[in-house]
Design a protein around this ligand. Structure first.
Ligand code: KIV
Length: 304
């Protein structure tokens, strides 16, 4: 097995394409080519996202809400995040797979944060981890870098801080708050971050941060001037069961598509039109006749 970046054909029939790395993202920033990113949480969607040419797949802790039905991202556990990261990793051939570190997995101590981050690379095959927060995360970012773990940082509206923020509110609107976020971004870059997600902040601030950093920024609700964009997959296809946020553009109505399919199935089963003859397996006439009375009864009597 090669450890160099020539791509690998793990599933035989699928095309061998060069794998996306952080160097690829860096080159895209330098060339002014937008980075594409989406979340995915399972094999089927990750496979579609990867085959559609998306650069970065985030196994986001948003899975707590859109997959597991929790009210916030806080309840999802390390084991659940590892489980979903493994499923995504099995599907992905090209994209950079980043695993979100769940709330509590890096908040107690730096040592515990490094140990938990290493599990995503070692046990689930992720290429990097994502953590939320500003300057207070610099020590962790340095230690992760020393441990050869690439880090995506997440600034602005950070959902794991929902209670401190008093709700999901746009951040960095005052001069002081904007200066603090810009300073945090520079400090995280200096500490070793590979990429920074900018969420829920004014477009102008995201543009300034993006122009001040050498590493790429990926925006969500942060305007069009970031080096890339990310959305939650379920928002993109209308599977979130909630009113979409201002920054979400829906590209499909999967809820309507799936509802229609499920209602059609229920109708056909209730009408006994599913399954039909062509959807059934068949016995030969000889075996069928032998199973029916009187042949079956005669066979039974012969045995006793
Ligand atoms: O968990 C997630 O999906 C995220 C994205 C919104 C960036 O953190």
């Amino acid at each position: 097995m090669s450890i160099t970046n020539f791509g690998s054909a793990s599933s035989g029939v699928r095309a061998v394409t060069p794998k996306v790395t952080f160097q690829t993202l860096q080159e895209k920033k330098q060339a002014g080519r937008p980075i594409t990113a989406l979340t995915a949480y399972d094999y089927a969607t990750a496979r579609l996202v990867d085959e559609s040419g998306v650069d970065l797949i985030l196994v986001g802790d948003s899975l707590a809400m859109v997959v597991m039905g929790h009210e916030s991202t806080l309840p999802v556990t390390m084991d659940e995040m590892l489980h979903h990261t493994r499923a995504v990793r099995r599907a992905v051939n090209r994209a950079l797979v980043v695993a979100d570190m769940p709330y509590g997995s890096y908040h107690v101590s730096v040592t515990e944060g490094v140990a938990n981050a290493a599990r995503f690379l070692k046990e689930a095959g992720a290429a990097a981890v994502k953590i939320e927060g500003g300057a207070s995360r610099c020590e962790l970012v340095e230690r992760l870098t020393e441990a050869e773990i690439p880090i995506v940082c997440h600034l602005g509206l950070t959902p794991q801080a929902v209670h401190r923020m008093g709700g999901y509110k746009v951040q960095g609107k005052t001069l002081a708050a904007a200066e603090e976020l810009a300073r945090d971004a520079r400090m995280l870059e200096a500490a070793g971050a590979s990429t920074i997600v900018l969420e829920g902040m004014p477009r102008e601030l995201a543009a300034i941060i993006t122009s001040q950093l050498h590493i790429p920024t990926i925006g969500i609700g942060a305007g069009p001037d970031c080096d890339g964009q990310i959305l939650v997959f379920h928002d993109l296809v209308n599977l979130s069961f909630s009113r979409p946020a201002k920054f979400v553009r829906q590209y499909a109505d999967a809820a309507a598509l799936f509802r229609n399919a499920i209602e059609g199935y229920v109708h056909d089963v209730e009408e006994r039109s599913f399954p039909d003859e062509s959807e059934s397996y068949h016995l030969s006439k000889e075996v069928t006749d032998a199973l029916k009375p009187p042949a079956a009864k005669a066979r039974l009597l012969a045995k006793t």
